[in-house]
Write a new protein. Structure first.
Length: 437
């Protein structure tokens, strides 16, 4: 999401006469786009700001801005204590012209107002640091779920959906630029719901009814049939059979779903306000397996949420074994100021216990990932080549439709090519393949 937002900001700045600098030494303005989902992300930003400030020795007029979720959360402290000139929240990027004017007049430049309708319609993002193969298209902004541990609804505001015509235009732009794959983005992507005439004035002339996520997914797949389509992140409560059937109907929609589980304990899910039960989650996994038998499933899991018992932890491990995820993002709980959990739920699981439980989760997932990858040995898969392997310039890496990373001989192929590869061995994280003769 932050990559997509940075690309939107780059377009707004270019319209104001700015150009992308090749390095910090030649820059007049450096913007740091930030995340507040976990404490570690914010700590990295403070270190990064310190490093950027050091460049003022050679360029005293260098201006520094912090944008994104951390800007929304921390605000004035960034200016008072971290040498920042400009602070802009995720809904304030159209205000950059006036904010820039303020900093050059030596005035405080802060705008962190949340919006109920800002979707940055009509702004075609400037692609930054891209491999030229995979691009992002934001379809929703904000979130209405209010999971008790999450700061996003407070930093990105309420959920709103973009005009589908705007989304299709952005998809076409990526296609005409030669991109091979696009990912539809949203905090809760499959809750997308476009109601003409309510989200923006531009929509009122469109002769269309309400559009849900599965309909949008089909529209995008038909609009750019030569591109792979992915989406993230899905909320289990909104993962409908209609979406799964749409994925099955279109060959260019990748067969991979990221379905955050967070915990396998019903009690913990209730305290998290996740709005689904363990049985609900199992039902959605069963539907995926039935409608999309070859679909890859990845997830998010974190341990140590307030009140989590050893039995809760064991239920999470049992759930992992039942689902058999292909891969997972795994974390320890970190309290985020301003959330319900931080205000109302004591952070009562000791850090050493969190660390032990996290190692249990990582260890089990490594086993599951190896088993999943072993099952692919002998299969012929289609891989979208993305770049050179880190270990050899004679090999390429890319991803399957199921979002698994494959390393294979480069030979005559280049990044951006779709390559048929036979899987011959694997690690827990990577498939190793040979070219199909």
């Amino acid at each position: 999401m932050n990559v997509a937002d940075s690309e939107t900001v780059a377009t707004i700045l270019r319209n104001e006469g700015f150009e992308i600098a090749g390095d910090i030494e030649s820059a007049d303005l450096v913007l740091v786009n930030t995340c507040s989902v976990r404490e570690n992300a914010e700590n990295k930003i403070y270190s990064r700001l310190k490093a950027i400030r050091s460049y003022r020795g050679g360029n005293p007029s260098l201006k520094i801005g912090v944008i994104g979720c951390m800007a929304e959360r921390v605000q004035q402290d960034l200016i008072d204590n971290h040498g920042v000139n400009l602070v802009a929240g995720p809904d304030s990027y159209r205000k950059f012209p006036e904010l820039l004017q303020k900093i050059y007049l030596q005035e405080t430049a802060i705008n962190v107002e949340l919006s109920t309708d800002e979707t940055y319609a009509g702004i075609c993002p400037t692609r930054l640091e891209s491999n030229g193969i995979s691009g992002f298209v934001t379809i929703t902004r904000g979130c209405n779920n209010f999971c008790t541990y999450c700061i996003v609804p407070y930093t990105r505001g309420r959920e709103r959906s973009r005009d589908p015509q705007d989304i299709l235009q952005e998809a076409r732009d990526l296609f005409h630029r030669g991109y091979k794959e696009l990912t539809l983005l949203g905090q809760n992507v499959n809750s997308y719901l476009w109601k003409p005439g309510t989200n923006s004035p531009e929509s009122q002339d469109h002769n269309i009814g309400n559009i849900g996520f599965h309909q949008l997914l089909s529209m995008v797949a038909r609009e750019v049939p030569g591109m792979r389509i992915r989406f993230t992140t899905s909320h289990p409560k909104d993962m409908s059979d209609e979406t799964l059937k749409t994925m099955a109907q279109h060959g260019n929609i990748c067969k991979h779903i990221h379905l955050p589980m967070q915990s396998g304990s019903l009690d913990v899910l209730k305290r998290m306000n996740r709005k689904y039960t363990v049985e609900d989650y199992k039902d959605r996994v069963s539907a995926i397996r039935l409608i999309l038998p070859d679909c890859g499933i990845s997830t998010d899991i974190f341990c140590g949420f307030p009140g989590e018992t050893e039995n809760d932890h064991q239920e999470t491990l049992s759930m992992m074994k039942w689902v058999r995820f292909d891969s997972a993002f795994m974390f320890k709980y970190s309290e985020r100021p301003g959330t319900f959990a931080a205000d109302k739920l004591p952070d009562d699981v000791p850090e050493e216990k969190k660390a032990t439980r996290l190692q249990d989760i990582i260890g089990l997932q490594n086993i599951l990932s190896v088993e999943s990858n072993n099952a692919d040995i002998g299969k012929i898969v289609e891989v979208l080549a993305e770049g050179l392997s880190k270990k050899s310039d004679k090999k390429l890496f890319g991803r399957t439709s199921q979002n698994k990373v494959v390393v294979f001989p480069k030979m005559v192929y280049s990044p951006g090519d779709l390559v048929k590869v036979k899987i011959i061995r694997c690690t827990s994280a990577t498939l190793i393949g040979e070219l199909v003769k």
